[in-house]
Design a protein around this ligand. Structure first.
Ligand code: 6GU
Length: 233
């Protein structure tokens, strides 16, 4: 998979993909992440990429020209499955979208900043508008990093243990159960006996019960989805 990210602040995206799973995925050739500085595409002599908004009001708007030129260049080189604009007024990201995108060839992510991009960029190029939750970030860069991480880890071959993504919270609408590692007792705190029983079926049943209770307590909305899915099966 190839992911192109367009941003005014490329430095914000240097860190997140340089380590751990994202780094491994790129080294193994399973994901290619290209970061483009929108300012580099500006034809203005001061490389300007934003301007005051028509109609007045505080905050700058990202101008059309550098973004359009960058997108046109990339589109002339390959076909994009989705051109995603990161914005707090987009649809909320969820695991289903991440699963879908993990099977795509080429994704383009456009990070909004200030008051966002000129509406005409959205009208002409954007196929999907996505937010990562109901709170406001200074820009779309951290949201882009969240999307790339959550999508790339799902690409087959990226995770060591192929089954481990399956037991993530949200994958089946249940939150993940508690986990423990050595030592079995720390400062008087013991792990649940069942985990030392060696009885795998009972351990799985215990994990399911823990997941179910935690979901009922913290996310009744998810539990409804889970119960509906169970009914269908
Ligand atoms: Cl995608 N962008 C910004 N600026 N704020 C956000 C967001 C995106 N998602 C949640 N908050």
């Amino acid at each position: 998979m190839r992911i192109d990210i367009l941003t005014l602040l490329p430095k914000l995206l240097e860190g997140p993909f340089a380590d751990s799973i994202m780094h491994r995925a790129q080294k193994a050739g399973l994901a290619e992440i290209h970061i483009h500085n929108i300012r580099d595409y500006s034809t203005a002599n001061n490389k300007q990429a934003d301007d005051y908004q028509f109609g007045g009001g505080a905050g700058m708007v990202m101008t059309i020209q550098p973004i359009a030129d960058c997108i046109e260049k990339l589109k002339s080189e390959r076909q994009y499955d989705e051109i995603i604009y990161l914005t707090p007024d987009g649809e909320t990201l969820n695991q289903g979208l991440c699963n879908q995108w993990s099977m795509k060839e080429n994704l383009l992510l456009l990070c909004g900043h200030y008051k966002g991009v000129d509406q005409r960029i959205r009208d002409k190029y954007i196929t999907r508008e996505v937010s990562i939750g109901d709170y406001v970030l200074s820009g779309g860069e951290l949201a882009a990093a969240v999307i790339v991480d959550s999508v790339v880890r799902l690409i087959p071959g990226v995770l060591n243990d192929e089954t481990s993504a399956l037991s993530d919270s949200f994958q089946d609408h249940l939150l993940a159960p508690p986990v423990y590692t050595r030592p079995a007792e720390y400062d008087g705190m013991k792990i649940p006996d069942i985990l030392l029983s060696g009885h795998f079926a009972k351990i799985e049943e215990w994990r399911f019960q823990e997941s179910y209770q935690k979901t009922a307590q913290r996310r009744p909305d998810l539990l409804e989805k889970f119960n509906r899915k169970s009914d269908e099966q």
